[in-house]
Write a protein that binds this ligand. Sequence first.
Ligand SMILES: *Cc1c(COP(=O)(O)O)cnc(C)c1O
Length: 409
Amino acid sequence: MEEFSTFVTHLECSETGKHYPADQLHGLSDAGKPLLVRYDLDGLGKAVTTQDLKARLPELWRYREFLPVRHSQNVVRLGELMTPLLPATKIQREYQCGEILIKDEGRLPTGSFKARGLTMAVSMAKELGVRVMAMPTNGNAGAALAAYCSRADIETYVFCPEDTPAVNVEEIAFQGAKTFLANGFINDCGRIVGEGKDAVGWFDVSTLKEPYRIEGKKTMGLELAEQLDWEVPDVILYPTGGGTGLIGMWKAFNELEAIGWIGSKRPRMVAVQAEGCAPVVKAYDEGTKHADPWPDAHTIAAGIRVPAAIGDFLILEAVRDSGGFAVAVSDEAIREAHQYCARTEGVLLCPEGAATLAALRQELGTGRIKADEKVVLFNCATGLKYPMPADPRRIDLGEAIDYDFILSD
Ligand SMILES: *Cc1c(COP(=O)(O)O)cnc(C)c1O
């Protein structure tokens, strides 16, 4: 059996810096903050070159030296392929701006980038002997958890707010998780898991409450840099809920610089939220370290309806250190961008992805994004899971076919 060479040295509290041993099961640090995985980056940099990568399969595990799994037989795979970077040239022309690239994460298993985090978390859970996992979810994370856990023979309990899109609830249940709807928000569902975990013996795989989902999401940064030939873009617009992807990409860029694969340039990281749930935007505007919980959160973009994120300070740190910003867009602007991108570019975004396009348009207007900047928009899930308002006209086959009617507007 092929063994991975991994360079994990220890885990580290993201707030206090306290070290924790690798190869043991961990949730949050003693300080109640997310744990980050640390590597021997010197050793890593000597063990693999950008040239080596070229010979590997176009999938997430090509970055195995940057990842925590020690034994390759523990990897739980569903085909985590590299996702395309699609140029949106017509929109670019219309907006008269720099290059726009859409990173289309909807191609991943279970139709969203949650697969990146959960292939890693479930592989590590398998490696560390976890038998039962539980999580609160707005949909896509639960679907990925259910799929990877079923594949790994790990039992799962998933708790969704009752207005989670039906298709998500169905895919979670259909893929074998014990699935529950609760009349509250994702934080309320998180409480069910948090309070139950000791009593019931669940492993809590909530966003950033275990150390490995972020390592999976980190591969977005590695992959993006590789696809752009180790030149990071000027701006990344990221639809931000719990912020795992934004924090993960920031970690990836720092690790890549440490081994000399990229320079000190960083993309400006822009956290995009919805006006109906924008705790990170408020904290950014007010200059605070943490975000206050957002009351009465609502938006059509369910994936970013996260009223309170445990990694809020890490999101804000990455946004500020990068020279980026946080911005909210209206549901109306999200709907418009969703439809516009599908019609002009043939790219079916998810509403969260559409929020990044709406934010781009808005911020080209305010000048916070410059007309010569190369921008990457993250589309985090396939648009097929979401409502697509349409009103087809009917044809009665009992009558003669009326082509004038068909050709009329
Ligand atoms: C989870 C999710 C997000 C938010 O991702 P985070 O990394 O948790 O901030 C955005 N869009 C979609 C479609 C999601 O499923």
